[in-house]
Design a protein around this ligand. Structure first.
Ligand code: UD1
Length: 417
């Protein structure tokens, strides 16, 4: 039987909470280890299931890693396989990144279509189109993608949409192509800057990440390195929204304000108190906050889709009405039905949700439908009167390490059974 979280709600949150390394930075960086012919030491590692699954996939390529506290040691000297099976690629969508890295280094890769959270159709056409623009021959057959890169060369590639994953795949793919590749209309997320910094610390020549245009001068090989991965801006944002929702006074240690400016500007409209330091943010909420009239998700630097569900819980208990529009993924309101069971007043039409704030939520038996929807239900449970059971917590464990222990240190009452 799968674990559940039982939350005894109604507690304020107080104290300090630490933000771990970023899942969405670690995933492409782990994939990029395929490019390296040496040993890599990564700092800020966190044992969440998306990362342990990704390490398992790398093992099938003969890339082994070990953990010591927050350090991850990777030995990528001797990659032996360029095929990722259906069973493995279903475990984590980010397995698609390995395709770009394998193709870049070995000019050959075979991968089954990737899995991941069910938050929309999540095609990979932009990745594939990009590989083709770099000269790769791609054949899609029986659920597998066969890539032949013997004739690949540096080129200019314009992405149809600033996809985070496609930007990262193409950066990895171009790192070892002779000549200068120019990627245009690329995603600007901080995780892309982190990937650039990691690639450069292995000897790559990548510049422009974060600007929307990335230039990659191909190098012949990459060496081992030590690298500290950025902290998780989505986890930091989740904690801030949890305190705003439940009330209390919490210092979020490891929260980088530069990575969460859109969230902070929204929070400033709610009458909570924010103290922003270099790598810490303190949020104090001592009364019911005001709703934010209009929130739309967009690619970075605008408000992230990965905080939409958590923001919805805050709006569900705030004073007033809020309209949230999800523009990035087409079906990312999986939390709405569950929040309704807890007494939230939310009406959805297409990609827009109208949320009328209620004074109270009530404990209920609810089901996580994806990672962030799961994180939002934990917040709702902590806010609600009575007991909430959150089911399907395998989704939450993909991106939050021991979420119950972290919140319990702040005064929450959550048990994993
Ligand atoms: C990454 C994040 C995920 C986040 C998302 C958007 C990782 C591991 N995951 O996912 O947490 O929610 O960015 O910030 O970093 N699209 C296509 N064709 C493609 C690729 C994407 O149509 O080839 C569409 C997607 O269906 C989606 C939109 O583009 O509607 C954004 O996707 P993308 O930026 O690629 O997200 P991911 O890299 O999958």
């Amino acid at each position: 039987m799968e674990d559940k979280l039982i939350i005894n709600g109604g507690k304020h949150l107080n104290g300090t909470i630490k933000v771990d390394g970023a899942k969405n930075a670690f995933l492409p960086i782990l994939a990029a280890s395929v490019l390296c012919e040496g040993e890599i030491e990564l700092d800020n590692y966190v044992a969440i299931s998306d990362l342990t699954n990704m390490r398992e996939i790398l093992e099938t390529l003969n890339i082994f890693s070990s953990v010591d506290g927050e350090k991850l040691y990777i030995d990528a000297k001797d990659v032996k396989n360029v095929r990722i099976t259906h069973e493995l690629s279903q475990k984590v969508r980010a397995s698609i990144f390995i395709l770009g890295a394998l193709l870049g280094r070995f000019r050959s890769a075979i991968i089954a279509y990737p899995g991941g959270c069910k938050i929309g159709s999540r095609p990979i056409d932009i990745h594939i189109k990009g590989f083709k623009a770099l000269g790769a021959k791609i054949i899609e057959r029986h659920g597998y993608i066969y890539c032949h890169g013997e004739n690949m060369k540096a080129a200019e590639v314009v992405l149809d949409f600033p996809s985070v994953g496609a930007t990262e795949s193409l950066m990895m793919c171009a790192t070892m192509l002779e000549g200068e590749t120019v990627l245009k209309n690329t995603a600007k997320e901080p995780e892309i800057v982190d990937l650039q910094n990691f690639l450069n610390s292995m000897g790559a020549k990548v510049r422009g990440a974060g600007t929307g245009c990335i230039v990659i001068e191909g190098v012949k090989n990459l060496h081992g390195c030590d690298y500290k991965v950025m902290t998780d801006r989505i986890v930091a944002g989740t904690y801030l929204l949890a305190v705003a929702t439940c009330g209390g006074d919490v210092l979020v240690d490891g929260a980088n304000w530069r990575h969460n400016e859109s969230l902070l500007s929204f929070l400033k409209q709610t009458a909570c108190k924010l103290d922003v330091f270099d790598d810490k943010i303190r949020l104090k909420a001592d009364k019911r906050l005001s709703s934010i009239e209009k929130i739309e998700t967009y690619p970075y630097p605008l408000f992230p889709t990965d905080l939409q569900a958590q923001m919805m819980v805050l709006q569900a208990v705030s004073k007033g009405t809020s309209i949230i529009t999800e523009t990035v993924f087409e079906s990312r309101f999986g939390q709405v039905m569950e929040l309704a069971k807890m007494g939230a007043n939310i009406v959805v039409k297409d990609r827009t949700a109208v949320i009328k704030g209620v004074e109270k939520l009530y404990g209920a038996d609810v089901y996580a439908t994806d990672l962030r929807a799961g994180a939002c239900l934990v917040m709702a449970g902590m806010k609600a009167e009575g007991y909430t059971t959150v089911n399907n917590i395998k989704y939450i464990d993909r991106g939050y390490k021991s979420i119950e222990e972290k919140y319990n240190l702040l005064g929450a009452d959550i048990k994993r059974i």
